[in-house]
Design a binder for this molecule. Sequence first.
Ligand code: GLY
Length: 590
Amino acid sequence: MNKLSVILLFVLFTFSCKTNQPKGSLSEGNGLFQLFEVEEGREPFYSNKEGVFAKKGMVASAHVVASEVGKEILRKGGNAADASIATFFALAVVHPFAGNLGGGGFAVVRDTQGEAFALDFREKAPLAAHRDMYLDENGDVIKGLSLKGHLASGVPGAVAGMVELYEKMGTMKWADLLQPAIDLAENGVILTEGQARGMNNYKKTFQEVNGEDTPYFIQPDGREWQTGELFIQKDLAESLKRIQSDGAKGFYEGITADLLVKEMQDGGGIISHEDLETYDAVWREPIEKDYKEYNIISMPPSSSGGVALIQLMKLVEPYPLKEWGWNSAKTVQVMIEDERRVYADRAKWMGDQDFVKVPLKELTSTPYLSEIWASYNENKASLSSEIEAGKIPYYESDQTTHFSVVDKDGMAVSITTTLNGAYGSKVVVDGAGFLMNNEMDDFSIKAGVPNMFGLIGNKANEIQPGKRMLSSMTPTIVEKNGDLFLVLGTPGGSTIITSVYQTLLNVVEHGMNMQQAVNALKFHHQWLPDKVFMETNALETQALSDLLSLGYIMEIQNRTLGRMDCIMVHPNGVLEGASDPRGENTSVGF
Ligand code: GLY
């Protein structure tokens, strides 16, 4: 049997297995938006989960308790920045998989006047880091060194980021924003099924990195965690209290800094007091571009997310995607081909703009995009081996978590934060109770060698002391005719960009409401490897067969794409919180 027949059979088999879900129709949602028309017999959604609707404020995050914490801050009169800070610290307690004190991230903010801001609190390479630190004497990558253990960590940016956000935009008392997280760490949080499973799955690695008695994440008697059990983190509560009383100094100096540096020294890491004291989060100019009547506002480097999202959107803008239909062969083909070209660009041009000149304007300009699109041929799949990044003539040179917040005055915050892998480097800072990131793997540790997401990098993203590693995080805000419309984002490593891209197109081209756009099945191409990864059922049989006949290598994955947490502002001002059914994500509004 040839490959095509095997895949088609598999698709047909999975269609027939999904008999418990209604076919060919969709629940009504709130009726505010024209419903996306579902082809008879087709099941294009991961689930029929419905959005959460509210008038005054909304928080969409990976954990119901963190969303509740944010909502309570909004209810008490805090703005979206206040609620985001409280949600952030709550996630560090209730969602240790990705929520963090020992990681970093990005925030895109739109204030009540419509002014947009971007905050970069990405981790930095320690000052003692160097380009070849993960290579052996033969110049080969030492497997796992950038992923696990003390050397894998960048200098954390999360606490500096939250302090910076507060100083510019916060309105409530700083101490009050930390208190809910402190209470959760001190009194315990009830483990969800996902949280218990996650900690049990990584038990061996925790022991490998921290020893048999890894605090918190392994039970003292070696028992497995159970759903519904109370998870108490006393040391983390003390670390949070120091941040509560001393702000950034409560983390980057004093007891917490001493504990972190000692942990590094004991475990062979290189983060020093100087690294911590000199860390700074920076405000950057957000990257913005129009798309039809919309304006996309997103994150510039050190994340590649914003530039890539805008390139993707501008490349498909001339095509009648709505007329061609959602995930029809024609629609998917132009999307695959623009993803291929944009990820090739990412590998070549993108890095920390404090260290390398990233040609931001050029990369999203019409002449440049026309140049990289010139090789597109609708009659056959391009080959990634023949696609290179475009030329800029005068140029010199799964784990993360996302949450979205909108307050009653229309201020919006979109934050994506990460430890990189699940539980980061797995290093728990002894006595301080938090996990360290393994973000160093997001550097190009050797030119042309893929990182854990299969992403290739080059000189622009090589390791240098104090440099931020390139990210794919894509916290995004979209305006429609000048008004706040969407707040978007997701975890997912290299698939973040394409998940945000598809969710956005699902709304602006295919007329889905926010939850439908999130629920919709997704696919992903990232230039290399030269394959289209698909969620089961993402393409109907005819579209799949058409694409195969054009030469695309399609792979149905036994994994999901995206864990979106998004908010849509409907024309009547109602907020629709849409949290991804693929995880335990929950929107809470009031
Ligand atoms: N660590 C994943 C990213 O920043 O893209």
